[in-house]
Design a protein around this ligand. Structure first.
Ligand code: ZN
Length: 661
């Protein structure tokens, strides 16, 4: 590689690693698989080693990712929590064993432990009592999660070991509990967790221990930090010792036969499917502490241990049909409907095929058996066809030439990789546009989801976005599955949306390339929609972070007569397209709130947003300085505490919504 190319590559990798690190540790999200992430990190490490001139002091390879969120209290760990060197193939595992054997000859037993796909924790006990619990944090300081940890019933609060000890392991969520939580979230219209690890990580950081308790978290222990006990001189004995203290211990195997140990990789790659929790690899450790000490550490990880990572899981299933879905911009996307198949923790029945070229690339035919993987154990992806199982006269899958909904001839772009229906009145596009406007990430009108919009369209009660503001609620109440209560709720939600933040309103309009982030950038320069509508391409392009494509798309959108009419009509209905006025009136300015318990179907974040959007302040603790406690169903200790202060006003969800309307 040429040197400047190397430099580019290193910089790109570094920013990618940092991005995914932050997503993973701070937001409990993943866009790529762990396998891919670890590979990326290792790649970066290798390049930095080869080209030390491009190494930066702040490279993410120098420190493990931090899980600490900005609003948390932190605790310094007594001893650092290292991460482990990783192996991505059996050869790399073999290399580990030969390297270790070079340093130490003779009989040397190893432990082979299941590597849990959970969330690392550190439990500190002194005088036999649990004093505090933290996350791994950045390995040096962790986030205080003591109260949440205490909700896990199997974690002992008292142990018979009296000197200070740091016990380390992983918080996990069992698969059946994960399924239960996701089903519940789905029926509440909440976003489902992508995998048990994200659910565990999200749960352990909730601000309300009562909600953590309801998640039924579990854990397993595999090591210690600070620890002194002369009878324990190996990892194997340590695990037994911890088990005897009352901890749940990670499943492990113990042997001095390297071939047997390596064989475990194959055994557990299959065996992990039978477990009720997620395992993403195996950890091999030299067992004797004296030999561990001799082999030593690098600055990042011990040289006497390695983590072998399993590859993504594959499954094979039958393709039932391909649906062609029309999105709000008219783009037609093929989606494979599959015979439901269990794959890495969830049941998969659909997978996107992206575009016509992807169908061609796969050579997909009707009734084919397809091979699926989950990239990152999140999104199922079809990677190939099992030709041995194809029936003789299977027909090819043909991308439609006309819109499957309105029959308009499709327009093909980018060498056929994209197909569009350009009929602005296409019912599918109308549905998606309204759905986009009302969705949580944009204007956020509760109760106006896909099925309700479809019902309103079918009954000719709406035709376009602006019609949302003139729904006949009496008629709505008389529709099947609806009623007076749901009509009232919808009406309230529609009313509230009129003073939504300008950025969210703009994002809801469906301007190409203008999602919520871009919309917010636009509102930094334009405080109302009229000035934005007058902006030229050059004006917009001059804004930092706005590219040419986006600038053109905005201008194009506002030069379309129908769109201008839509804005006019929305304004007439009372929608406030003005940054200052749409700060929702500031009705709660100067007031502080603590939210506790369940308020209708609102998530905590939605309620916090509502408070802040109206100028109020959200607090997490009940104190004499607090103005309001917003208490819903199953309000617990916070309600009790608030009652002790006669200065705090305790209000219901209804009182709250009355305040901001
Ligand atoms: Zn169409």
């Amino acid at each position: 590689m040429k040197v400047d190319k190397v430099k580019n590559k290193i910089e790109k990798l570094r920013s990618e690693v940092k991005k995914h690190n932050d997503l993973y540790y701070k937001k409990s999200q993943s866009e790529i698989s762990d396998f891919e992430f670890d590979r990326m990190l290792k790649n970066l490490e290798e390049l930095e080693e080869q080209y030390p001139q491009f190494k930066e002091s702040a490279s993410p390879t120098d420190f493990v990712g931090s899980d600490i969120s900005s609003d948390s209290s932190i605790i310094t760990l007594n001893t650092p929590m290292y991460s482990l060197d990783k192996a991505f193939s059996m050869e790399e595992v073999e290399n580990f064993f030969s390297k270790v054997k070079e340093k130490e000859t003779g009989n040397m037993p190893f432990t082979c432990e299941l590597k849990l796909d959970g969330f690392s924790v550190n439990l500190y006990y002194d005088n036999g009592e649990l004093i505090y619990a933290t996350t791994r944090g950045d390995g040096i300081v962790g986030e205080d999660i003591t109260e949440n940890i205490k909700t896990i019933p199997s974690i002992p609060l008292k142990i018979s070991h009296k000197t200070p000890i740091e016990v380390r392991g992983e918080i996990i969520l069992n698969i059946d509990e994960f399924d239960r939580i996701n089903k519940e979230r789905e029926s509440n219209g909440e976003k489902v967790f992508a995998n048990p690890r994200n659910a565990a990580a999200g749960s352990i950081k909730l601000k309300d221990p009562a909600r953590v308790k309801a998640r039924k978290l579990d854990y397993k222990i595999y090591s210690v930090g600070l620890f002194e006990e002369s009878s324990v001189d190996s990892q194997y004995k340590l695990l037994e010792y911890l088990r005897n203290l009352g901890f749940k211990i990670v499943e492990h195997y113990y042997s001095d036969n390297v071939a047997d140990l390596i064989e475990q990789c194959k055994i557990w790659d299959k065996g992990r499917d039978d477990l009720n929790y997620m395992v993403d690899g195996l950890v091999f450790k030299v067992s004797h502490f004296s030999i561990q000490d001799k082999i030593g550490h690098t600055s990042k990880f011990p040289k006497w241990a390695v983590a072998y990572k399993f590859k993504a899981k594959e499954a094979e299933t039958k393709l039932l049909s391909v649906d062609f879905q029309v999105g709000r911009t008219g783009a037609v996307t093929p989606v494979a409907k599959l015979n439901p198949v269990y794959l890495a923790g969830t049941t998969v029945s659909r997978a996107t095929l992206h575009n016509a070229n992807e169908i061609k690339r796969l050579g997909l035919k009707e009734g084919d058996y397809v091979r699926l993987i989950k990239s990152g154990e999140i999104v199922p992806k079809i990677i190939g066809v099992n030709l041995d199982r194809r029936s003789e006269n299977a027909k090819s899958i043909i991308f439609p030439e006309s819109c499957p909904v309105c029959s308009t001839q499709l327009i093909s772009l980018d060498n056929g990789s994209k197909s569009y229906c350009d009929n602005l009145n296409c019912p599918a596009q109308i549905l998606r546009r309204i759905e986009h406007f009302a969705s949580r990430d944009t204007v956020g009108i509760r109760g106006l989801g896909e099925s309700v919009i479809q019902q309103l369209l079918d009954n000719n009660m709406i035709e376009k976005i602006e019609d949302i503001y003139s729904i006949d609620y009496e008629k709505f109440a008389s529709l099947p599955h609806q009623g007076k209560r749901s009509a009232e709720k919808l009406q309230k939600a529609v009313e509230v949306s009129k003073t939504q933040k300008l950025g969210k309103l703009i994002a809801g309009l469906g301007i190409r390339f203008v999602g919520l982030n871009t919309a917010k950038i636009l509102t930094d320069s334009y405080s109302d929609i009229d000035s934005l509508m007058k902006a030229t391409s050059a004006d917009l392009f001059a804004i930092d972070k706005i590219g040419e494509k986006t600038a053109d798309a905005v201008v194009e959108f506002f030069s379309n007569k129908e769109n201008i009419l839509m804005i006019k009509s929305l304004k007439k209905s009372g929608v406030v397209f003005n940054k200052i006025e749409s700060k929702m009136s500031g009705k709660l300015t100067g007031m502080s709130f603590v939210v506790t318990g369940k308020i209708e179907n609102y998530t905590r974040k939605e309620l916090n947003d509502l408070i802040e959007d109206n100028g109020g302040k959200v607090s997490s603790t009940v104190s004499s300085k607090l103005d309001y406690l917003l208490a819903g169903e199953n309000a617990g200790s916070k309600l009790e505490k608030a009652r002790k202060f006669n200065t705090i006003k305790i209000i219901s969800g209804q009182d709250f919504f009355d305040k901001i309307r």
